[in-house]
Write a protein that binds this ligand. Structure first.
Ligand code: PMP
Length: 426
């Protein structure tokens, strides 16, 4: 028995399913999760000492690679001064100033502890600001696990949602409308019929939670337009995309204007952090300036702020992103060539430092239905072969992959060589 198998048995005694977040349990691909001992740069090492080239990167945050010395030193320096004060610090000002400087359309920003908190709070703010209840989201987009957002589409088009988890009241689901990603016509129709009841539209500008699905330019434009026409607040959920295309988010990359933006992952440099911010007239409705309540014992935690600031320093250096973009493209091209050579139906999507591979014969994957039509069995076999060969991919076919600044040409080559073997074995 491997030490991961032993640990998983022990973990299952007192931790539900042996994990503290469900997708870590390997249910989608079968087998036992790999238990990690430590990580450095592009690599994670399991408790048996096996090395993996990591393309999950803690689900996105570790854009510089694991255990970056500058971030580690910032955390240690701050830890020596105390772990949490529950009173304001200068570090919070520094990070807020920084975010408002680099993120478009961000005049004020509030720090929280996770992406879930950021989106939940942004939605409450949008509802409080507009005095409306209905929220619009898209099938396949994930915005954390708060009640209003764990909603799937209702049966016919334009019906209100139904809970996607027991425990979410149906009366809440009724206020969430779930539409099809990249479907401009469906979007316009929904706003034409319900626009005056819609508090906000929330979207992943590039989706990383139904694998990696890219937005059509006309879809991005249409979302801004329907929000302008209806008075709904346009929320860009950049928890994943923020700082994956450059320092200005997907907003800067695609030139879209959001009213509110949510951040997480990279903004905390690996510490538990989220943030929501945006236009001043909306943000001024948040307590203590305004009546919309939102709070947090550990929000703006000094250690998390120190890690975030150190991260912002490094990713803001000129030329930081270009090698990551190149490596992302080369990895996708190499995987595609490996699949083609083995005769495996496969396609990839990528942009910036995010990518995805799909076991499908469709040339393009553009929405949830396309993703759901992919061969999950083939993915599971591919995943395990890659894991054997020392490549750590997300243990589910509905997750995007990420590139870090620590991945070298040799890592990309090793990964493509492993993919050749893995595709051939299918
Ligand atoms: N929004 C998006 C786009 C995400 O990808 C995630 C997490 N993967 C969240 C929100 C929720 O963030 P957290 O897991 O930190 O609560």
């Amino acid at each position: 028995m491997s030490s991961s198998e032993q640990l998983f048995q022990r973990a299952s005694a007192h931790i539900p399913g042996g994990v503290n977040s469900p997708v870590r349990a390997f249910r989608a691909v079968g087998g036992t999760p790999v238990f990690i001992d430590h990580a450095d740069g592009a690599y994670m090492f399991d408790t048996d000492g096996k090395r993996y080239i990591d393309y999950v990167l803690s689900w996105g945050p570790m854009i510089m690679g694991h255990n970056h010395p500058a971030v580690r030193e910032a955390v240690v320096r701050q830890a020596e001064k105390g772990l949490s004060f529950g009173a304001p610090t200068e570090l919070e000002i520094q990070l807020a100033d920084r975010l408002c400087e680099i993120m478009p359309n961000m005049d004020l920003v509030r720090m929280v502890n996770s992406g879930t908190e950021a989106t939940m709070s942004a939605i409450r703010l949008a509802r409080g600001y507009t005095g409306r209840d209905v929220i619009v989201k898209f099938e396949g987009c994930y915005h954390g696990h708060s009640d209003s957002l764990l909603i799937k589409a209702g049966s016919g088009a334009l019906t209100m949602g139904v809970p996607s988890s027991p425990g979410v009241p149906a009366c809440l689901a009724e206020h969430t409308m779930t539409l099809t990603y990249n479907d401009v016509e469906g979007l316009r129709k929904a706003f034409a019929e319900h626009g005056d009841r819609i508090a906000c539209l929330i979207v992943e500008p590039v989706t990383g939670n139904m694998n990696c699905v890219l937005p059509k330019p006309e879809f991005l434009t249409a979302m801004r337009e329907v929000c302008n026409e209806s008075g709904a607040v346009f929320i860009l959920d950049e928890v994943m995309t923020g700082f994956r295309f450059g320092t200005h988010g997907a907003q800067g990359h695609y030139g879209i204007e959001a009213d509110l933006t949510t951040l997480g992952k990279i903004v905390g440099g690996g510490m538990p952090v989220g943030a929501f911010g945006g236009k001043r007239d909306i943000m001024e409705h948040i307590a203590p300036l305004g009546p919309v309540y939102q709070a947090g014992t550990l929000s703006g935690n000094p250690i998390a702020m120190a890690a975030g600031l150190a991260t912002m320093d490094i990713i803001s250096q000129p030329g930081f992103y270009e090698p990551l973009f190149t490596h992302t493209r080369e990895l996708c091209e190499g995987m595609q060539a490996a699949a083609d050579a083995a005769g495996v139906p496969f396609t990839t999507n990528h942009t910036g430092t995010m990518f995805g591979g799909f076991f499908t014969d469709k040339p393009r994957v553009e929405n949830y239905a396309d993703v759901m039509a992919c061969d999950t069995q083939a993915f599971g076999r591919f995943f395990h072969k890659m894991l054997d060969l020392g490549v750590y991919l997300a243990p589910a076919s509905y997750e995007a992959g990420f590139m870090s600044a620590s991945h070298t040409d040799a890592d990309i080559e090793e990964t493509i060589a492993a993919a050749r073997t893995a595709f051939a074995s299918l």
